[in-house]
Design a protein around this ligand. Structure first.
Ligand code: HH2
Length: 267
């Protein structure tokens, strides 16, 4: 899943693709680089971020969704607002990726159920503005698991079948470095939910926290290492900014881990 941020302030690429044309070009480049899905967002949810009004989010992302509707891969809309979900689905999106797991807006569950879209339910503790203020859990894996389990149940009760649901423990959303490490080490636990696991570690501060405090534009190597570890632990979908590099790392890792034919392009 390649990230297209149509925002002025995303933590790693804010402002790079705020204009429609630049965002559509980025989306097409990510597909050419190997993305199987694009995740288009118009609101930063980085730690400390303030919410953005629905009209602003709509103005940012709807032209981009329209511009990528014929691009040949499913489009996901990264939003916590039902009005934005509705408009994005009407414009051509097929997946709703919600950092509040469809609990941030009272209409989200019914919009998702009525649309037939697939959904990504992510765990977040609190709100972006304050989520990194000393987060605490008795057991982060069981705490996040219980929350996702209840959100999967809420989706099913609303009429969204389990085969259209993916889950994401929300790396960096109300978690310390130690919490994030625990979640990634014990990711297999989330397979018990019976839904594909999505992981977003790309360029996140976890990488810097485990290394030498590098800024977001110098976290590629650590992001690739974390992505491979997540896949080994059971992740099925990686939400990444650097698609070409991730696809290359995955191709080599898969070949060397064994299983299946090796499809090389040169000898
Ligand atoms: N991370 C971000 C945003 N959306 N969605 C899911 N399912 N999982 C994630 O880990 C996730 C997410 C944050 O990354 P980014 O969009 O690059 O930054 P920002 O929120 O600053 O726009």
């Amino acid at each position: 899943m390649g990230v297209v941020n149509v925002t002025p302030d995303s933590f790693s690429d804010g402002g790079e693709t705020l204009e429609t044309e630049a965002a559509v070009a980025r989306g097409r480049a990510l597909i050419a680089a190997g993305a199987h899905m694009l995740d288009i967002g118009g609101e930063s949810t980085r730690p400390g971020a303030a919410p953005v009004p629905a009209e602003t989010e709509l103005a940012r992302i709807i032209p981009v969704v329209r511009g990528l509707a014929d691009a040949g891969v499913p489009l996901s809309v990264d939003t916590r607002k039902a009005a934005v979900m509705e408009a994005a689905l009407a414009a051509g999106a097929a997946v709703i990726n919600d950092v509040t797991a469809l609990a941030g807006d009272e209409r989200s569950l019914s919009v998702a159920a009525a649309s037939g879209a697939s959904v990504v339910l992510m765990h977040m503790r609190g709100e972006p503005a304050t989520m990194q203020d000393a987060p605490r859990y008795d057991d982060v894996v069981e705490g996040v698991f219980a929350h996702l389990e209840s959100r999967v149940a809420a989706c099913e009760a609303a009429g969204i079948p389990r085969h259209r649901i993916a889950v994401d423990p929300g790396i960096g959303f109300g978690k310390t470095v130690a919490h994030n490490v625990d979640l990634l080490r014990r990711l297999a636990r989330f397979s018990d939910l019976g839904c594909p696991i999505v992981i977003g570690v790309s360029r996140k501060s976890l990488i810097a926290g485990l290394s030498r405090g590098e800024p977001a534009d110098a976290r590629l190597a650590g992001s690739l290492a974390a992505a491979l570890a997540a896949v080994e632990a059971g992740a099925r979908i990686l939400r990444v900014h650097d698609v070409a590099e991730t696809a290359q790392a995955l191709a080599v890792w898969r070949a060397l881990r064994g299983g299946g034919d090796v499809a090389g392009t040169a000898d």
